[in-house]
Design a binder for this molecule. Structure first.
Ligand code: CA
Length: 232
């Protein structure tokens, strides 16, 4: 299960940028552009986290924050409040206590995503620990399931462990020897080319059609799994 995030933001380009980047991180995203639509949406759809802009047409983000907290059905949903520069002051900080975190515009998207993950981790430590996500790849370690976007990826046990190991440190390059030690174990004698064979199988399972290969071969060094670097 990937966390569902409700983004309430009336600036369309920003809303789309957030949607794009959050989806690349494996979250599922709902967008709302008007403050008056939020409560109705929450009646039918409970997200795991809400990113809430303060200044909205209709009911303001701050008022929504209060109402969400006051409603027993939604009171536990973590909220990250987006505020524009200039609105930030001690008074504002005091008012925004209903939010779990707040971010001042303009902000960097990676920073916001890091805060989203931190808030989710605090709210639900177990589910986040079981889940690994890199780009559109999602691994649920408790059920041994891997998905690429909506597609279920079937992996053998070695490929699963290999992918799990790579996904724990996206971007980091591991030599074949390091992968052998970590995935196969230090006391097992396996030829380093075995790593290449399993990387090949893993790639075949992960990549279909035009999908971008998330595994990077670094010549003379080894392999890594790379995060998509997006507009931000
Ligand atoms: Ca706004």
């Amino acid at each position: 299960m990937s966390a569902k995030i409700l983004v309430v933001e009336d600036e369309e380009p920003l809303a789309l940028l957030l949607q794009y980047n959050l989806e690349s991180e494996g979250f599922s995203v709902d967008l709302i552009h008007h403050g008056d639509e939020v409560e109705l949406n929450l009646e039918e759809n409970l997200p795991n986290l809400i990113i809430l802009d303060w200044m909205l047409p209709g009911v303001s983000g701050l008022e929504l924050c209060r109402r969400i907290r006051a409603n027993g059905k939604t009171s536990k949903i973590p909220i990250i409040l987006l505020t524009a520069r200039g609105e930030e002051s001690d008074r504002i900080r005091g008012l925004s206590t209903g939010a779990d975190d707040y971010v001042t515009k303009p902000f960097s998207v990676p920073e916001l995503i890091a805060r989203v993950k931190a808030v989710l981790r605090r709210a639900n430590p177990k589910s986040i620990a079981d889940m690994l996500t890199v780009g559109d790849l999602e691994m649920d370690r408790s059920s041994f399931r891997v998905k690429r976007g909506p597609r279920e990826v079937r992996l053998g046990p070695t490929e699963f462990r290999l992918l799990e190991f790579l996904m724990q440190s996206p971007g980091r390059v591991y030599s074949r020897g390091q992968l052998l030690d970590s995935v196969w174990g230090q006391n097992v004698y396996v030829d380093e080319r075995t790593v290449d064979v399993h990387i090949g199988r893993l790639r075949k399972a992960l990549n279909r059609g035009k999908e971008k290969d998330p595994i990077r071969t670094v010549r003379g060094a080894g392999y890594s799994i790379s995060i998509k670097t997006d507009a931000a």
